[in-house]
Each structure stands twice: as C-alpha cells, then as structure tokens.
Write a protein that binds this ligand. Structure first.
Ligand code: F6R
Length: 260
C-alpha cells in the first residue's frame, strides 16, 4: 500500500487525475471504477477540466459505479446513478450507455447483483477504482463485519453512515437503510485502487486501515492485501499515522517515472 500525504484537496485531485489520464492514454477503452460521496469530487472536476480543454477523451472509456441506495425512486437526486451522472459523466464525452452501477431499484436484487458482477467480468474488470472511506472504515458500502471475500450484494447501513450521509438529504429519516454495493472481493479485483481521504474526521479510520490489523471490523484494511493500492491523504486525514514521516520521505524521493 502506498500512502501519499499531500497539502490539500487540489493536490490530491491532480495526482489522482494524472493516474487516470495516464491510464486512458495507455488504454483508451479503460474501465474506471467510480465512487460517489464528497471525496472524489475534486478528481472529477479536474478530469472534466482536462476533457473540456480538449486534451483528454473519454469516448471509449467504460465506467462502473461502486454502490447504490436501495429504495430510492429511479431518478432520485441522491441516487448514486444520478450523482455520478450530474457530477461527472454528463460533463465529459463518455458514452452514457457505457456507465452502469448496481441496481438498487431492481425487483430482484440478488439477480441484479449477479448481473452486475457478470457485466464487470465481461468488461474485463476494473483498471482503476476510485474510493473514499467512511468514518467507520467502510469502502463501497461494506460496513464493519463485511466478508473480506464478499461480492456485490445488499447491505444494511450502520447508524453512523446514515448520519454521515444525512447531509445530502432533507432529514436523517430520508436516508435509506439498505444499499447494494460491490463486495470487498469485487473491489479487490480492480487492478489499481486509489483511495482518497481528507479531513480530521477520517484520521481514525485512516490509521485503522493503513496501520491496524487486516480485519473485517475495518473493511478498508483489506486493501493491505492489494498489490497496487494508493492512499491519497491530506495532512488532517494523515494526522493519526505512526509512519507519516516515512510516507512523506518515500514519496518525496520517488522517481518521477514511477507515478502512483
Ligand atoms: C461512495 C461510497 C462510500 C464513500 C464513503 C465516504 O460511493 O462508496 O464508501 O466513499 O462513505 O464518503 P465521503 O467521500 O462523502 O466522505
């Protein structure tokens, strides 16, 4: 796991966007794994800028969302399908037919999750997966206790996550209790994982998953087993890390050709 501590969100966005741009230049039909929440928004803005200036094309890119609420009507403003469309895919030249996510409005949720897994396989898997992390260490919506080998399925949100996400809704009561999410095993299949965490409210989760034991109580800790996981942090999110100076030194002295 590579830990990179950067001064602010715009530096994080630039580093993540550079990795995505390099991938698309190498492989124009790259498969991107798209997260929602606040963490990736700066990266999306940066990619939109690069696309709109004519330098970067998403014409052949394929996108898979990480997760979705269950029970929100199709087209609901806070459904993750809508958020990804509004924040990212409507602003770039990607083919909307090439973007899909787990279907939280399906009549048969297990069948929809199996179909989503099949679509991921048929696309050849995710080349680069963007992630945020919850204050309880969740990635996707794999809450504490999730199987480290899990695949796309329905999950119940813990109260803390519902409270954290209530800022996007009119009231806490409006936040769904259920979600469909890529499993930890699904996420681990991505060839490169780039997780972004900013702010002091993430410091404890970051400490736990980067430097604590690999354990289902902190789902993101499974990333310690991934051969190519990059964690991009601001100073506040990194403030609980024991080896922060070592991570800073390593990144500062990294050969430029290496990228993340
Ligand atoms: C979003 C997702 C979640 C968020 C996490 C952090 O698709 O899967 O794991 O990444 O809840 O959310 P923010 O970035 O809003 O702090």
């Amino acid at each position: 796991m590579e830990v990179v501590i950067l001064p602010d969100q715009s530096a994080i966005a630039a580093v993540a966007a550079d990795a995505i741009e390099a991938l698309i230049r190498r492989k124009p039909a790259a498969v991107l794994g798209l997260a929602t929440g606040s963490s990736p928004l700066g990266v999306y803005d940066e990619l939109v800028k690069r696309c709109q200036s004519g330098g970067l094309s998403f014409a052949d890119v394929v996108g898979f969302a990480l997760d979705e609420y269950v029970g929100l009507p199709v087209g609901h403003r806070q459904s993750y399908r809508e958020v990804i469309r509004r924040e990212f895919t409507d602003r770039i030249n990607i083919d909307p037919a090439k973007v899909q996510g787990p279907d939280g409005a399906a009549g048969d949720i297990p069948a929809a999750c199996a179909a989503f897994e099949e679509a991921l396989r048929a696309a050849g898997g995710v080349d680069l997966q963007l992630l945020g992390v919850g204050t309880d260490g969740h990635i996707g919506f794999n809450e504490p206790g999730s199987s480290l080998a899990s695949r796309t399925r329905i999950k119940s949100l813990v109260d803390q996550t519902r409270r954290d996400n209530s800022r996007f809704f009119d009231s806490l009561d409006d936040v769904p209790h259920h979600v469909v999410t890529q499993g930890l095993g699904t996420i681990m299949d991505a060839r490169h994982i780039v997780l972004i965490a900013t702010g002091a409210q993430k410091a404890r989760a970051v400490h736990d998953f980067v430097e604590g034991p690999v354990a289902a109580i902190c789902a993101a800790s499974v990333l310690q087993l991934h051969p190519h996981a990059t964690v991009l942090l601001d100073e506040a999110a990194a403030s609980g890390l024991k080896l922060a100076d070592y991570y800073r030194h390593t990144y500062a002295n990294k050969p430029a050709w290496q990228g993340i």
